[in-house]
Design a protein around this ligand. Sequence first.
Ligand SMILES: Cc1ncc(COP(=O)(O)O)c(C=O)c1O
Length: 362
Amino acid sequence: MLPLVKVAMPPRDDLMPALEQVLYSGMIGEGEAVYEFEREFASHFSLPNSLAVSSGTAALHLALLLSGVEVGDEVITTSMTAEPTNTTILQAGATPVFADVDPTTGNLDPEDVAACVTRRTRAICVVHYAGYPARLDRLRVIADNHGLALIEDCAHALGARFGGQPIGTIGDFSIFSLQAIKHMTTVDGGVLTMRDPALLAEARRLRWFGLSRGVPRTEVDISKAGFKYNMNNVAATIGLQQLRHIAPLIDRHKSNGRFLDTALSALPAARPPRIPNGSEPSYWLYTLLADDSDAVEALMAGIGVSASKLHRPNHLHSVFTAFRRPLPGLDAFYRRLVHMPCGWWVDDAMLQRITRTLLSGA
Ligand SMILES: Cc1ncc(COP(=O)(O)O)c(C=O)c1O
């Protein structure tokens, strides 16, 4: 079966000598490779103030804490995402408030977000689901009008753009996942970025127990407990090699996605999500909204292509029962949702086969 997600590794001749070098260097923890990776990641994706961490989940937790989210605060969020977007809100002691999504995109509906704001709201957490940017223009205005932090969960959207700007630069904080099945991987890892460079020092302390690195360990003082969220030199070395090869891979996600958008626009009973003006998805997964999503999955299975939904809407988990509210937009989106592969492992012949099969059968 052609998989929905697939991991890419840099050529063996580049990666293995670099890995061998770091593994036997005597310095495999957080060190120069991590700081070099942060600089290179920031420069490659035009994301200033990038901090490498152990996972996207760790980055989300730090983004919430740096936003000032405290026990009892509310965070407006989406249920149409992977679970860490929302388990980290619980981890911070806050209440997730599930705003509805636009049924034509699967992303947060700004009008419902505005309606969810209360005196207890501290932040909005927006996900660019499957790599399709959410309405950052309108969410930014809502956040500014109410003095809220805007956190972009860009775990699916590395390389996307909105309004001509790189994804991750409109929120106050943004997070990226470098987990094993994303556009780019360090096996496990993540990046936290922030608009305000004054918060970098606090973020660095929080990712390392609350300790300031560089201060002698016998003299350093922890004034606020932090976490063990740092990236290590081995993951960073993989990341540095990945960065050298990532551009054409992300470009292929995008060109495959655009090809399918055009080719499938004529389907009678299915359509691609609406892409707002100024939005440039990075198509981690191709998304199709079909009257009969099971039939599309069966058609794709017939030609050996994995096609399915990927996540369970988070409010359906029992841990979120207390926070459930009606989400008619999400229900409509989820019923029609089918993800299909569209990354670098989908070649031109397969794209033709997918479109021919859908045009003749869906
Ligand atoms: C939308 C979303 N947010 C956050 C995460 C967390 O990232 P990680 O697996 O790197 O902790 C993931 C992936 O699992 C995700 O898909």
